[in-house]
Each structure stands twice: as structure tokens, then as C-alpha cells.
Design a protein around this ligand. Structure first.
Ligand SMILES: [Zn+2]
Ligand SMILES: [Zn+2]
Length: 446
């Protein structure tokens, strides 16, 4: 009986052990305590998009200490007040492929409510002068830490790979203008144009130790839209001399609900969300205008264009029906900067990497997931028309027992961007570094 069990255990364990890379695992485990303390320091000191100077400096110093050739302050924005905080770190290791690995660095205007010992207490005035709490509520501190771990790992294994490794610290992912800012600042003339581009993101739903992926289109396009409904202000007691923009804006919000439900094919995923509506100053004043901020998510470009045209048509129609004079017609403006195309995982690169990740992490720890309507600007490093194959995977960040409890109680776990979101540092970073290490080695191995 005992020998039988031993034989069974041997049969089960040996193929898995042989498939993993003990050299990678030992190096990652050795670095883990220092990576976790870096993570906690980053978590306690988050910086908003366009303002990532200290995070970028920390990353640059670490990468330089591992022997990378580091360029700082890469990035050019249309708004001249914003400095580029992009980091480009290159490690040349003979002839071979060029592989780009990107980590985003920015945090969000969220007041942290996790109560963790290393929680952020940072408050800052945002670009509009409003006092806000700042939190790494999307886990970009996990990404920066994982990039540091991957950088050190690969610098210590140069005999196993060849080519040019390019590590990117990207600013301003949350405002989806950071990747564009780096490309606009000549990223691909500063470095050889990569043959492949890789990135990871932590997941607020997936168990630690696992990663997930989506072949093909994985994340939706995102477009920020500003709408100004203009009317004619008046005393609150005299609506008859006004063209009330609050009533018109209310009609507009309800009317645009039919764009997705009635104008769009159910086979084409799309979202129209009004995230902000502001108008007026006091109980008894009808204001002159109301300002709305919307986000549009689609996969197809023609669906995005249709939604933008519909928003304009409906805004004008509501104003016309309300008797608003032509010179006070509403203004619908899609942002030129807060816009990013759908994120596309190159199918053959995905297949190759998934096989490598299954060998490295174990097949059960690599799971396929359906596409979502969230967005990412990482795909921009692949250039228009998916010229450079890109692959992004998700890293589980939640303990199995928390997932089980949430399922049992029917209470969803805090999502990314929630004030209560917290990844478990050690296993999340460990899996992030191992997975990215395996993914890079697959493309650059000798
Ligand atoms: Zn985010
Ligand atoms: Zn994110």
C-alpha cells in the first residue's frame, strides 16, 4: 500500500516538477522579501497620472543598479504642464529578438479604506485644484514591483537568453494617454522597434498563483466624451423665461440609454456610461449650462463612431425639442487624448506564451477568460494595425478563502479601483515575476 502510494506520488509530482524551472523559482523566492518591502513602500506613496516622478525615480534607480541602460523623463503630452515620467531601460545581450515588457506606474484619486498597515494616507490637490485621496487601487504598484523582480531575474540569467530586453515604466495608464505620450516622444527611435510586447495586470477576481488570458480582442476601446448642455439661466421661481439645462440634461441622459439597446446590434458589445453630471450652484437658480462626462466602450471602430454620432444627434434633438436657440446648441466633444483602441492579444503569440506559462506555472494555473469591457492603453505599443504582436495576461491577486467566502455569501469582492481592493503581496508578486520571467525567456531563450 505504502509503496503504491509512493509510486503514485512520484508519478504525479515528477512530471510537474520537471516541467517547472527551479532556477527561476529559487531566484524569485530569494528576492521576494525585498520586493514585498518595495511594494509596500510604493503602495504607501501613490502618485496620480501625469505626476509619477518619485515612482519613476525609484524604478529607474533599481533598473540601473541591475546593469540596465536607463533613460528617464520619456513622454510628451499635448498639455505642456505635464512632464513625461516614462522610463526606458535596455539590457543588450547579443544578437536576438527585441522584447518589450511594460509596467504602468500611476495611481487613482481614491481614498484608501483597506485599513492595511501599509495603506496610503496621501492626499493631494488634483489638476483641477480639488483635494483628493490617492491610492494604488488598480495595483500598478504590483506591476512596478513585478517589473523590478523580472529585471533582476533576467539580468542574473544572461547566459540563458539573447537579444535586447526593453523594460518600460509607463506613466498615465489610468488617463490612457501615457503609452501615446512615450511613442510621441520618439520611443521607437530611441530603442530598436520590438519584435514582441508583453504586459501583466493584477486581477481582483482571480486566485493567487493563477494567471488568466484572453486570445484576440481582450479589452475594449475607451473614449472619454464631454457634453455641455447649454440653456438659458433664470431665477428658480421664473422657469418660463429660462431654457432649463438641468431638465434638458436629464432628458439627454435617459434618451441616450436607447443607443446601445435600440441602435446597436446585440452581437456588438458596447457601453455608454455617464460618470459625472454637474450643473448649478444654488437651490433657486436655473443655471446656464450642465456639464456631463461619459465613457464609451466598444470593440469595433464603426460601433464607436456610431455611438459618437448618436450622442451628438440626441443632444441636438433634445435641445431643439426644448426650444434652445441654435447659438446655444449643445457641444459634444470626444477627447483627443483620453482615447485608446481595443487591446488585442496576438493569437499566435498568445498560443506560444500560454504553452510556456503552462509549463512554468502548471497547466491548472493558466486559465482562459472571456473578454471584458475594461480598457488598457498597453495595446498602443503594438502600433496601429497590430504591427507588433502584443500579449497581456492577468495575475491572480486574491486569497482562495476570500474568493470562497464571497461566493458563499453572494457578496462580490472589491473590484479594481475600489477603495477596498487589496492584492495579497507575496504570492501575487511571486507569480507576476515568475510568469513574466517565463514569458520573456520563451521569446529570448538561446
Ligand atoms: Zn485602472
Ligand atoms: Zn490598471
Amino acid at each position: 500500500m505504502r509503496s503504491c502510494l509512493l509510486a503514485l506520488a512520484y508519478a504525479l509530482v515528477v512530471p510537474i516538477a520537471a516541467a517547472q524551472n527551479p532556477a527561476v523559482d529559487a531566484k524569485v523566492d530569494q528576492e521576494l522579501p525585498s520586493l514585498v518591502s518595495t511594494y509596500k513602500a510604493l503602495h504607501a506613496a501613490p502618485e496620480l497620472s501625469h505626476h509619477e516622478d518619485k515612482t519613476a525615480a525609484l524604478l529607474a534607480n533599481e533598473l540601473r543598479s541591475f546593469g540596465y541602460d536607463v533613460t528617464e523623463h520619456v513622454g510628451k503630452y499635448p498639455n505642456a504642464q505635464w512632464q513625461g515620467h516614462g522610463i526606458v531601460a535596455v539590457l543588450q545581450n547579443g544578437a536576438g529578438p527585441t522584447v518589450l515588457v511594460r509596467a504602468d506606474m500611476d495611481a487613482l484619486p481614491v481614498e484608501e479604506a483597506t485599513g492595511l498597515p501599509y495603506a496610503s494616507h496621501v492626499r493631494i490637490k488634483n489638476d483641477a485644484g480639488v483635494d483628493v485621496g490617492v491610492m494604488h487601487a488598480c495595483g500598478h504598484d504590483i506591476h512596478v514591483t513585478s517589473l523590478i523582480g523580472t529585471a533582476k531575474l533576467l539580468a542574473s540569467m544572461k547566459e540563458q537568453w539573447h537579444g535586447t530586453l526593453v523594460l518600460i515604466g509607463q506613466p498615465s495608464e489610468e488617463t490612457i494617454d501615457g503609452a501615446r505620450s512615450m511613442l510621441a516622444d520618439g520611443l521607437y527611435s530611441r530603442i530598436p522597434k520590438p519584435d514582441y510586447a508583453l504586459a501583466l495586470h493584477d486581477s481582483s477576481e482571480l486566485e493567487v498563483g493563477k494567471i488568466s488570458y484572453t486570445p484576440g480582442y481582450a479589452l475594449a476601446s475607451s473614449t472619454s466624451v464631454d457634453v455641455t448642455i447649454r440653456g438659458r439661466g433664470a431665477h428658480g421661481s421664473r422657469p418660463e423665461v429660462s431654457k432649463d439645462p438641468i431638465v434638458l440634461a436629464s432628458e439627454f441622459v435617459m434618451a441616450i440609454q436607447t443607443i446601445v439597446s435600440r441602435e446597436n446590434s446585440p452581437f456588438d458589445p458596447a457601453v455608454v456610461t455617464v460618470g459625472s453630471i454637474h450643473g448649478g450652484t444654488k437651490y433657486n437658480i436655473i443655471p446656464d449650462d450642465v456639464h456631463l462626462q461619459l465613457t464609451i466602450r466598444t470593440y469595433k471602430e464603426e460601433v464607436r463612431q456610431h455611438i459618437l454620432a448618436s450622442l451628438d444627434r440626441i443632444a441636438k434633438g433634445v435641445a431643439l425639442a426644448g426650444g434652445v436657440p441654435e447659438d446655444r446648441a449643445p457641444v459634444v466633444k470626444a477627447s483627443d487624448t483620453e482615447v485608446t483602441p481595443a487591446m488585442y492579444n496576438d493569437p499566435s503569440l498568445t498560443e506560444r506564451e500560454v504553452a510556456a506559462l503552462k509549463r512554468g506555472l502548471g497547466a491548472d494555473n493558466v486559465v482562459e477568460k472571456p473578454a471584458v469591457m475594461g480598457s488598457e492603453d498597453f495595446g498602443q505599443f503594438g502600433l496601429e494595425g497590430h504591427k507588433i504582436p502584443t500579449f497581456m495576461f492577468m495575475v491572480g491577486a486574491i486569497d482562495a478563502d476570500r474568493i470562497a467566502t464571497s461566493q458563499k455569501n453572494g457578496v462580490p469582492l472589491p473590484s479594481l479601483h475600489s477603495a477596498l481592493f487589496w492584492p495579497v503581496p507575496e504570492p501575487t508578486i511571486r507569480t507576476g515575476v515568475r510568469a513574466m520571467g517565463f514569458a520573456v525567456l520563451e521569446l529570448m531563450k538561446k
